[in-house]
Design a protein around this ligand. Structure first.
Ligand SMILES: [Zn+2]
Length: 446
């Protein structure tokens, strides 16, 4: 590392106290989704900080079209979908880097928390384990400290340190605070990238952990299926049409489709680790999945149900498109319908997000891995997940090579009760972000 970079790291270290105050401030705003209220309030605070650094900032509220694509009505979204874009123009020739972190929160459980989930309490240790980066700096508690407001704080800390140190970046930087990631990101980063508001040559998604560099995730489509029948007295069911029975037929076909076809559909990702738990089940790469998540229908035992509704989540491997997935799914249902003249169904899409892979041989990924090692002293392995993240919009729609890392690990209870994050780890994450930014965009000699 050169002198300038060392100074930036020193500024990051000494910015820790201010970073914690900022993190507490944004974490006390309840942005659980659904419904996803108060994105505008969170964006307002973050915007003020980037304005002060001399960034050109703007707020972008997703349009009605993106609300529909989000499945807003079915999911129960309320309030404006405000997204912040902060741009720093480079001083010379260089590429554009886009760094994203999300402002929404996973739902907060009503019970089981030993601290105020919106409090931002600080303790010396965590009773759930220890971060590999903990040097005695303590832990901060609350929903979002690991996913994803801790990352928002790390990102700001990095950019403030770069500014304070007087480092001039040659390439352009775009920072986004985008919403709705936890329910698909359609009106968040999806909107910003698909509408061309954010365009860049490469990306960082800060929505992971410091235990690995995420390069691959699955896509998914959320389907609603409704079967229609004919109500009748439950003791004379022969004169009715039972919507639950019809749904059961569809479910038998869906189960067969999943277990016997989708589970064989794999996308090989050499060099990317999907973890021990999946390996034990024979899954080592993105693999087709399906989950029948909810089912409801009927009013009582003595009435033939005329309506049954369920939600099915279809996990898509990279390369599987929404259109192809829909056509195939419909073919499974139609195959059953063809054998039963009384079977009527409706199919609706709640929303979808496509899967992605940045290969482990990608030069940008390899370079980021080396830079993270230089910044924090540890080689993070390339990892993948069967879940999904907003990085798909950067890779699939935005065509950027991208890496995903962030704050948290097994100790941090992301999405669970008592979410907590090591403060030293947030600082280390900021160093990794700062070093990648300076090296990839280039810096002007002071
Ligand atoms: Zn997240």
């Amino acid at each position: 590392m050169n002198k300038q970079e060392t100074e930036v790291f020193r500024a990051i270290e000494s910015g820790k106290g201010g970073m914690l105050k900022f993190l507490q401030q944004i974490l006390r705003i309840d942005t659980q989704v659904p419904p996803g209220h108060d994105y505008d309030k969170v964006c307002d605070i973050i915007q003020g900080r980037y304005d002060a650094l001399g960034y050109a900032t703007s707020l972008h509220e997703a349009t009605e079209k993106y609300m529909k694509l989000s499945g807003a009505k079915h999911i129960g979204l309320e309030g404006p979908r405000t997204n912040l874009v902060a741009r720093l123009k480079g001083t010379g020739k260089g590429p554009t880097l886009h760094i994203s972190a999300h402002t929404d929160l996973a739902a907060i459980q009503k019970q089981g928390w030993s601290v105020d989930p919106l409090g931002g309490e600080i303790t010396k240790t965590s009773k759930y384990g220890k971060s590999a980066f903990d040097k005695g700096g303590g832990y901060i508690w609350g929903r979002g400290v690991g996913d994803d407001k801790g990352e928002t704080a790390a990102l700001l800390l990095a950019m403030e340190a770069i500014k304070q140190t007087g480092v001039k970046l040659k390439g352009n930087l775009i920072v986004t605070a985008n919403c709705d990631e936890e329910i698909g990101g359609v009106a968040g980063l999806g909107y910003l990238i698909r509408e061309g508001i954010v365009k860049a040559d490469m990306g960082i998604q800060l929505d992971g952990s410091m235990t690995g560099i995420g390069l691959s995730a699955m896509g998914r489509t959320r389907f609603l299926i409704r079967t229609k029948g004919k109500s009748y007295h439950g003791q004379v069911p022969i004169l009715g049409i039972n919507a639950i029975e019809k749904m059961s037929k569809l479910n038998i076909a869906l189960n067969d489709y999943w277990r016997n076809a989708l589970l064989k559909r794999k996308y090989q990702t050499p060099g990317i680790d999907f973890g021990e738990g999946l390996r034990a089940k024979g899954i080592e790469c993105p693999t087709g999945m399906l989950n029948i998540g909810t089912i409801k229908g009927g009013v009582q035992g003595a009435t033939v149900p005329d309506l049954c509704e369920e939600e099915v989540l279809r996990g898509m491997i990279p390369g599987e498109t929404y259109d192809g997935t829909l056509a195939e799914f419909k073919a499974v249902l139609d195959g059953v319908k063809a054998t039963d003249a009384d079977l009527q169904y409706e199919l609706e899409t709640v929303n979808f997000r496509e899967g992605y892979v940045v290969p482990a041989t990608d030069p940008y990924a390899i370079e980021c891995q080396a830079l993270i090692k230089e910044a924090v002293g540890a080689t993070l392995p390339f990892t993948g997940t069967l879940a999904s993240t907003d990085m798909n919009y950067q890779v699939v729609d935005g065509n950027m090579p991208c890496v995903n890392f962030g704050v948290g690990g097994p100790y941090s209870n992301g999405h669970g009760q008592d979410e907590n994050a090591s403060i030293d780890e947030i600082v280390e994450c900021a160093k990794a972000v700062a070093l990648i930014t300076m090296r990839k965009l280039g810096t002007q000699k002071a």
